[in-house]
Design a binder for this molecule. Structure first.
Ligand code: NAG
Ligand code: NAG
Ligand code: NAG
Ligand code: NAG
Ligand code: NAG
Length: 437
């Protein structure tokens, strides 16, 4: 009996090895499984190339590797990504964004009403679930998962165009805090786009995989994800090739927008000082906002930057036409940091919470992984480095870390990594995220 089993074992091993060796002499197969990051504000699709062992994040015709998570409905078409954003100003009621915040969730009616007040489109309460009301030639409603499906379909097509083969299978990432229902609705979105989901993985786990942490000997990994509007901190624990989320905490009202807002306020005050008039016209505020956003990005690489903004200052209680002026200013990184120091320090609060909940000292964290565009800010990297007394892992583009990890998992699922160690994820059903704001 035991002999038979070991015999079967040897046959299986031999077949496996034959397959593996055979593969060495064939042209590298095309990836069959894609990795999808369906983000709240941006989405990306990646593929793992078995030949080179590299992940490629698929770019559109214009070389952009992320598409905005927006879908716009017109009388003649449903557009997704950049094309939808281009319509956001002219078609605001029918351009849906942030759908991920609603997918698979049930709401108390008051909560949903409060949420929908923040958007230019109509959010309807359908027995506790959110739906969006669209009015083109006729009025109809669409679900958050339908919005998700249009974005996923767009990414599926981008990947098919890039690879030249039809794609039916994918791995997708979701926030660690997503419950089973939110995960199911995310899968439903993919199914509506004609994709079968082979695995759903947590975003922080994907980010850790982007750094190859599934292949090296680490125990505790801390993932800090700081995006435009939210901060998420997760503590992962790897045991026997499995990642387990030990603790999660975050602040859903802290992110890049807040840092820009501080810089905008500061800039407006400088306009007032210089011209004796506070900018109030919508267009002026819009131009200033764009200028400070660009300045913020520039200050990540340069110690100083200059802004030049044409303004039409309207003197209050005056019937004179607005005064045309050119506002020029130098902004230093130091000023930007001083304006935001208290906000930057707030990043440590959820970090301390996950350490406490995971019963870990900060010295016991083996690797720190930074995700999200705002983690490029040098002062933020410094605060985290000083807190832990070690450098975080930052070599992967923080906007693409999640999709990179999902694509690696897709490569594993697609059988591209024969005889390779791979990490699995154990879902932690009993975990709750601590939210501060
Ligand atoms: C909506 O109306 C326009 C003309 O106003 C027409 O061309 C278009 O086909 C209609 N779309 C739908 C979906 O009925
Ligand atoms: C509304 O939701 C509740 C539970 O969430 C369910 O029991 C009920 O059948 C639903 N009603 C309708 C009309 O779908
Ligand atoms: C999620 O989907 C699985 C498989 O289809 C099903 O067994 C489970 O009941 C679903 N859970 C929820 C909360 O919808
Ligand atoms: C950033 O600012 C510096 C100094 O004003 C300027 O020389 C540089 O061109 C700017 N770079 C970008 C990418 O805007
Ligand atoms: C980042 O991750 C890799 C594992 O892939 C590790 O070897 C490296 O030391 C880490 N740390 C830094 C600061 O890059």
């Amino acid at each position: 009996m035991a002999g038979e089993i070991s015999m079967i074992g040897s046959v299986i091993l031999a077949l496996f090895l034959a397959g593996y060796l055979g593969q060495q002499y064939l042209p590298p197969p095309k990836p069959k499984v894609i990795g999808l990051d369906l983000g709240t504000t941006f989405c990306s699709v990646g593929v793992f190339h078995p030949g080179s062992g590299e992940v490629e994040v698929v770019a559109d015709e214009e070389g952009r590797r992320s598409i905005p998570s927006a879908v716009s409905f017109t009388t003649t078409a449903v557009l997704a990504g950049h094309e939808a954003v281009d319509l956001a100003d002219s078609n605001p009621q029918n351009t849906i964004y942030d759908a991920k915040r609603f997918i698979g969730k049930t709401f108390e009616p008051e909560v949903l009403e409060r949420e929908s007040a923040r958007y230019p489109f109509k959010v309807i309460n359908n027995n506790g679930s959110a739906e969006f009301e669209i009015s083109t030639n006729h009025t109809f409603t669409v679900s958050p998962e339908f919005i998700g499906s249009r974005l996923l379909l767009k990414m599926k097509k981008m990947a098919e165009q890039q690879l030249g083969v039809p794609i039916q299978k994918a791995v997708i990432s979701v926030p660690a805090e997503f419950d089973e229902r939110q995960r199911n609705y995310t899968i439903r979105a993919a199914n509506l786009a004609g994709l079968e989901i082979l695995r759903v993985i947590n975003e922080p786990t994907a980010a850790a995989m982007a750094y190859g942490l599934h292949k090296v000997d680490v125990l505790n990994v801390l993932v800090v994800d700081l995006g435009g509007g939210t901060l998420d901190v997760s503590l992962l624990n790897k045991q026997g090739g499995m990642f387990l989320t030990r603790a999660m905490a975050g602040n859903n009202k802290l992110g890049g927008q807040d840092f820009s807002q501080r810089l905008l306020q500061f800039t407006k005050e400088r306009v007032t000082q210089e011209f004796g008039v506070t900018p109030a016209l919508k267009e002026d505020i819009h131009r200033l906002r764009q200028a400070v956003e660009a300045a913020k990005l520039n200050l990540t690489v340069h110690p100083t930057t200059n802004i030049h903004v044409p303004l039409h200052l309207q003197i209050q209680d005056s019937s004179d036409p607005p005064k045309k002026v050119m506002f020029n200013a130098e902004i230093t990184r130091k000023q930007f940091e001083e304006l935001n120091e208290d906000l930057f320090q707030k990043i440590l609060t959820p970090i301390k919470i996950v350490l406490a909940e995971g019963y870990l000292e900060k010295e016991e964290v083996d690797e720190i992984v930074l995700v999200g565009g705002s983690t490029r800010i040098p002062r933020i990297r410094k605060i985290i480095t000083e807190f832990f007394g070690k450098e975080p892992n930052t070599s992967v583009d923080p906007d693409l870390a999640v999709v990179t990890g999902v694509a690696i998992q897709a490569g594993i699922m697609g059988g591209s990594w024969p005889l390779q160690v791979s990490a699995l994820e154990i879902p932690n059903r009993h975990l709750r995220k601590t939210n501060l704001n």
